[in-house]
Design a protein. Structure first.
Length: 168
């Protein structure tokens, strides 16, 4: 079935794009506030590392082979990392820029600092969802294409269990 492979390629490409956007916006934030202590920039450094890992793995698994489905444990781990980054960024925002899902001024390139920060949060959220969906697709594909279990001793009779005669 080619539909699952097409969906996998689309998911990996979207993961790559969203991780690149998060890496760019977070990198700009780190560049603008580079004189701050690394302890206060820790959540942004963590988000940048998760984005870099996501870019690496999405590029690696963008190749459309069936082996890219068996990496669903790494997809789950990266999804959990993205959820943690999302939580860290939301915790930092608090109420300083208004309601977290009020996206009136959200723009990753041009806009005020709150708009860029909310764009970073939005693409972090979307990336976490995409990695989770990719993991679920991998679990589905692996369970569907699992080889049949082979018994140690083959059956001797070919009849149904209720048609067998007693051998007593």
């Amino acid at each position: 079935m080619a539909l699952d492979r097409i969906v996998n390629i689309v998911l990996r490409a979207a993961e790559l794009v969203f991780a690149a956007i998060v890496a760019g916006v977070t990198g700009e934030h780190l560049h603008n506030f580079r004189h701050a202590s690394s302890w206060s920039q820790g959540r942004f450094i963590y988000t940048e590392v998760v984005a870099a890992l996501s870019i690496f793995f999405s590029l690696l698994w963008l190749v459309p082979f069936s082996w890219s489905f068996v990496h669903w444990p790494v997809d789950i781990i990266l999804s959990l990392c993205w959820w943690a980054a999302f939580g860290l960024l939301v915790n930092l925002l608090g109420n300083s820029c208004g309601y977290i899902f009020d996206w009136d001024n959200v723009h990753p390139i041009s806009g005020d600092q709150c708009g860029k920060f909310k764009a970073d949060i939005a693409f972090t959220f979307l990336s976490a969802l995409l990695w989770l969906v990719s993991a679920l697709l991998g679990i589905f594909w692996v369970s569907k294409h699992r080889p049949a279990r082979v018994d140690a001793a083959p059956r001797q009779s070919s009849g149904r269990w209720y048609r067998r005669r007693s051998r007593v």
